[in-house]
Each structure stands twice: as C-alpha cells, then as structure tokens.
Design a protein around this ligand. Structure first.
Ligand code: NAD
Length: 289
C-alpha cells in the first residue's frame, strides 16, 4: 500500500518545464501563450481555470482567461476562436468544458485549429491518437499515463478504465493500448463491473460517482488511478472533495493509489502546460530545447 503523490510528481515536472521555458525565452525570444475560454459562471470551472493560470505563471507561460457571458451565441464563439487561430502569438487554445447547452461543444472544439488544440480534443487530434501517431495527447489521459509509468511497465498489463467520456476514458483507452496494455473500457451499461475489476493490474476510475470503487473490487497487486473529483458533504456538513474510489477502505489492500485531491488533478495541469510548450515549438519547427 502506497500513495502515488501526483502533486509531488507534477511539481518536479513543472520545475523541469520552467527551465525549458526560460531557455526558450533566452535563446529564441519566445514565451509560450495559452488562452483559456470560460463561458458562464460554473463554480468548479472557475476553480480549474484559476489553478491553470496560477501554474502557468509559475512555469513562465503566458496565460489569458477570456470570460464570456453564458448567453453568447455559437456564432460569436466560433468567430472569436477563428481570430485566436490566426493570432501568431497564441500557441494553445482551450475551451473549459462544460459550456452552455445552446452551444454545440463538438462544433466549438473542432473549430480550434489542430495546431493549437492544447487539450487534444478535436476530431483530427483524437483520430491521430487512435492511429498511434498523436500530435497532442489530451491532458488528463496523459497525466494518468505519466503517473502509471512511475509505477510499472504497462506492456502486457491488464487495465480497466471505468468511464468512456470523450475527454478521459476513451482517449485514455487509446493511449494505454498504444503502450501495449490490454484495456477493458467499462461504462454505465457494463455488466459485472466488480468482477471485471477484481483481477486487473490497473484500475482507473473516471465516472463522477463518489467512492464507487470499493475494497472488494480490488486485489493486492492493483494500482489505482482515481480521476474523479466530486464535492460531497462530510459528517459535519462541510464540503470536501472525494474521488470515484473509496480511498479509506481500498488503501490498505492495494499496491498503490492516487489520492483526491493531490493525484491526477495536478498532473492534468502539468500536461496542459507541457502541451502548450510543445505546441509553441512545433508551430515554429523548433526541434529541441
Ligand atoms: P462523464 O460524466 O462525461 O462520463 C462518466 C462516464 O462514467 C460515462 O462514460 C459513464 O458511462 C460512466 N459511468 C457512469 N455511471 C457508471 C456506473 N455506474 N458504472 C460504470 N460506469 C459508469 O465524466 P468525465 O468528464 O469523464 O469525468 C469523470 C470524473 O473525472 C468526474 O468526477 C470529473 O470531475 C473527473 N475529472 C477529473 C479530471 C482531473 O483532472 N482530475 C479531469 C476531468 C474529469
């Protein structure tokens, strides 16, 4: 039993990235720039966006938060993204999800040019990931991969991912398949989920259901990656964050597990910044820093 300290790993990776950003600035007079588009006033999104911009500043990446009214039309967002696509100073464009229902998120995401699609969510980037020749790898899946690589060699390992969303489960299944893991992608219609989990080397939970994975779902060789971020009330009616895994009961049984908070979250932000940096280099055809 061991905690996989995502916060510490992300801090080390961010510090390494900071040196590279600083070198890029000195040698090429380039400072990577990220634009985050936030539509409406979703409190969780506000927190995520703020954390992203704080960490960007720490590693020396410029970041701008573009706040848009919840009533903005799809056409207006598309126009704005088209301006950002052509702005030579911008390296990465991210639309913080979810966005209001009257705007088609797939249309908006596909309008981000694939060279600046820092989240790696548009159809071309997901297609390239599926083909095993990624241009940008989505941040949370990439963060999960980096955490797993600290713990084991994925080749030939049995992995189950619970949750098949377009932003976590699906791209992660493609990514881990490319790493030669044998991947089961489970979802809300999967039967006998507990039994499917029991004999796996790796269990990744990404459902948004608080404490769903219990002690009798895991074994003593399991490595658990908990992607979930859920706000619940504790016994004293205080708001707390928990994952999709029942950490307290599972911890003593498994080989290793990520905590919530302090596991996948900081790695997602690190990967966003690394992707911004990588796109800044690729767009200018700079090979190595
Ligand atoms: P989503 O709601 O888009 O998808 C949830 C998935 O879980 C669906 O594929 C659904 O089929 C599956 N599911 C739901 N109920 C299930 C059940 N009973 N059994 C099996 N599968 C079930 O969610 P998402 O956007 O992928 O996010 C999942 C969780 O990860 C959320 O808690 C979210 O806050 C968190 N998240 C964390 C990060 C991070 O950086 N740590 C990033 C993205 C999302």
């Amino acid at each position: 039993m061991k905690t996989i300290n995502g916060k510490l790993i992300a801090t080390k990776l961010n510090s390494n990235l900071k040196s590279k950003v600083s070198y890029l600035k000195k040698k090429h007079k380039i400072q990577p720039k990220l634009v985050v588009i936030l539509v409406g006033k979703n409190p969780a999104s506000e927190v995520y966006v703020r954390n992203k911009s704080i960490k960007a500043a720490e590693v020396g990446i410029k970041s701008v938060i573009k706040r848009l009214d919840a009533k903005i039309t799809e056409e207006e967002i598309l126009k704005l993204i088209s301006i950002y696509n052509q702005d030579n100073e911008i390296d990465g464009i991210l639309v913080q999800l979810p966005i209001p229902m009257h705007i088609r998120s797939e249309k908006v995401i596909d309008s981000i040019s694939f060279e600046k699609d820092v989240d790696g969510f548009n159809s071309k980037n997901i297609g390239l990931l599926a083909l095993g020749r990624p241009h940008v790898i989505p941040c949370t899946p990439l963060g999960c991969l980096k955490l797993l690589q600290e713990e084991l060699n994925l080749s030939g390992k049995d992995v189950i991912i619970i949750g098949r969303s377009n932003i976590v489960g699906k791209p992660l299944s493609l990514l881990l398949t490319s790493e030669n893991a044998t991947v089961t992608l489970a979802h809300s219609k999967t039967k006998n989920l507990k039994n499917l989990c029991r004999n796996k080397d790796v269990i990744i939970a990404a459902t948004g259901i608080p404490k769903m994975v219990k002690k009798d779902w895991v074994n003593n060789k399991s490595i658990i990656i908990d992607v979930g971020i859920n706000q619940i009330l504790d016994n004293n009616k205080n708001k707390i964050l928990v994952g999709d895994v029942d950490f307290a009961s599972v911890f003593s049984k498994v080989k290793a597990i990520t905590p919530v908070p302090g596991g996948v979250g900081p790695m997602t932000i690190h990967c966003l910044l690394q992707n911004t940096f990588d796109l800044a280099l690729k767009r200018r055809n700079i090979k190595e820093v």
